[in-house]
Design a protein around this ligand. Structure first.
Ligand SMILES: Nc1ncnc2c1ncn2[C@@H]1O[C@H](COP(=O)(O)OP(=O)(O)OP(=O)(O)O)[C@@H](O)[C@H]1O
Ligand SMILES: [Mg+2]
Length: 259
């Protein structure tokens, strides 16, 4: 089945300002798409529109050929999961229980087994009996990733669309690498498609198949990392003084900040 996500002419207004201004895009199956752009560009807002948490004033999103607004809530929850930029929980449950929350759309069948599996994949096994509020910021992020994967778990692997809003912002270098390698492995070997908001352009350059650059609510550049992550493009849209060169170990761009 075609599992593409298509957004057509999305617009969202708050006050006098268009937070999302005529954004059209297609996220194809089996892709890792990075959404980049400066603070306030509209990345988190766009993610909410693409996942059905916000409704656009104009335009529409389709998942697998059906308008997002037409998807029954439970079926949609089985098909797409979202890890938000900040996840504040009002309750302090054991980590295992937080991850198991991801299984809510599926019922209890194989729950314990799936929870164990996603915790092992995300390096959370040692945290299972800890309480969520006592975890470090990076540990909490890994637990939220495990919960999102549990939500999409179907027949031995995650299946569907995974949207991640800055999932590496609190991770150390090792865990950043582990997360991107895991996503890539799951995409290549299965039926997972990923859209990930990243501020670290070098992570996007190394792992994304495609990069979308958002500025002031508009999609201003898109293409392969090599096409988008260029000195003049990044300088223009971020206002930062940078130099983009080639990564020494791969054929991808690498951004250096000028001092
Ligand atoms: N409810 C709202 N009312 C007014 N302005 C809003 C509202 N929600 C978001 N904004 C503004 O819309 C803009 C886009 O916000 P958004 O959170 O999508 O940015 P972002 O690209 O994710 O930024 P960051 O990189 O800092 O996470 C920001 O300027 C924000 O202040
Ligand atoms: Mg954001």
């Amino acid at each position: 089945m075609d599992n593409s996500l298509i957004a057509s002419h999305l617009r969202l207004q708050r006050g006098q300002r268009w937070l999302i201004d005529d954004v059209s895009l297609m996220l194809a199956c089996g892709e890792l798409v990075a959404l980049i752009g400066p603070n306030g560009a509209g990345k988190s807002t766009l993610l909410r529109l693409l996942t059905g948490y916000l409704s656009a004033e104009q335009g529409e999103c389709w998942l697998a050929g059906q308008s997002l607004t037409q998807w029954p809530a439970r079926a949609l929850s089985r098909r797409r999961a979202v890890m938000l930029q900040q996840t504040q929980l009002r309750f302090d449950w054991p980590v295992e229980a937080i991850v198991a929350m991801g299984r809510a759309p599926w019922g209890a069948l194989h729950e314990a087994e799936i929870v164990r599996e996603v915790m092992a994949l995300t390096g959370c096994d040692d945290l299972a009996r800890r309480h969520y509020a006592t975890l470090s910021g990076g540990e909490q992020q890994r637990v939220q990733l495990a919960r999102s994967l549990a939500q999409l778990w179907n027949n031995g692997a995650p299946e569907g669309w995974l949207f991640l809003d800055e999932p590496t912002s609190a991770l150390d270098l090792y865990h950043q690498q582990q997360l991107l390698r895991l996503l890539k492995k799951l995409i290549v070997s299965g039926k997972l498609h990923v859209c990930i908001v990243l501020h670290d352009l070098n992570l996007a350059a190394l792992w994304a198949d495609r990069v979308l650059l958002l500025n002031n609510g508009k999609l201003v550049a898109q293409g392969t990392p090599r096409q988008v992550i260029q000195t003049d493009v990044i300088t223009q849209w971020y206002g930062a003084e940078v130099e983009v060169r080639s990564h020494p170990g791969s054929d991808t761009p690498h951004v250096f900040l000028c001092s």
